[in-house]
Design a protein around this ligand. Structure first.
Ligand code: PRP
Ligand code: URA
Length: 224
């Protein structure tokens, strides 16, 4: 799997035939919601493997049926948080949980005001603080990084709880150059893992070529 991260520091763009094949399905306007969700989950799993490469590990001794050996496991004191941004991030989090069932899920309710394009918060179930912010690893999941407003609002919640930027990873299917730039202008050390950096935004803040409205397509709620 090619996941070059040399375009911009801390930006990982994953390319793989399975990703591009599923991206083609997602971008196609004739894809049904059912197939759309399945394709999101397939890409999400690959991205999530890549995103979690920053998890700390410990070495332990285990017994195989043959002998003792050293093994490497995810550090048991790492607090792993999966934070899907509602609604569309939910499809992503199902896939992430399959890989890391021990993670905690904190839902972040945000929608983008269609007129102002500003994020409007409506829900989160975050604790007041994390016991050890340095050992807390956040994976924010949202299929679309468009203007970057929603991403910034969500990242801010965790940065204000003293989680180091290097421990926060934003995982998206499709990102715009404008959104990446906006996130990095405020949080330079945040990790971004994405399957595609598209051409840019249209004049109403949609990604081109993009895939349209991710939430509406995933949950079969077309506008109008
Ligand atoms: C979409 C998407 C992101 C946001 C991205 O959500 O899932 O959360 O837009 O746009 P931005 O980068 O310009 O902030 P939307 O607001 O449509 O909510 P929904 O998932 O509930 O449909
Ligand atoms: N939100 C979406 O769902 N799609 C876009 O292209 C931009 C924001």
């Amino acid at each position: 799997m090619k996941c070059p991260s040399n375009i911009i520091e801390n930006l990982t763009v994953c390319s793989h035939p399975l990703i591009s094949n599923n991206l083609a399905i997602l971008r196609n306007k004739n894809t049904s919601s059912e197939i759309f969700r399945t394709a999101v989950q397939k890409i999400a799993q690959i991205l999530f493997y890549k995103a979690t490469k920053n998890l700390p590990t410990d070495k332990i001794i285990i017994e195989t049926p043959m002998m003792s050996t050293q093994a490497e496991i995810i550090a048991p004191d790492a607090e792993i948080i999966i934070a899907p941004i509602l609604r569309a991030g939910l499809v992503f989090s199902d896939a992430a949980l399959e890989i890391l069932p021990q993670a905690k899920i904190h839902h972040i309710g945000l929608y983008r005001d269609e007129e102002t394009l500003k994020p409007v918060p409506y829900y989160n179930n975050l604790p007041e603080s994390f016991k050890s912010p340095e050992k807390t690893f956040i994976y924010l999941l949202d299929p679309m990084l468009a203007t970057g407003g929603s991403a910034l609002a969500a990242i801010k919640l965790f940065a204000e709880m003293n989680v180091p930027e290097k421990n926060i990873t934003f995982v998206s299917l499709i990102s715009s150059p404008e959104g990446i730039e906006k996130v990095r202008s405020k949080f330079k050390n945040i990790n971004i893992v994405t399957a595609s950096v598209d051409k840019g935004l249209n004049d109403v803040g949609y990604i081109l070529p993009g895939l349209g409205d991710a939430g509406d397509r995933a949950f079969n709620t077309p506008k109008g």
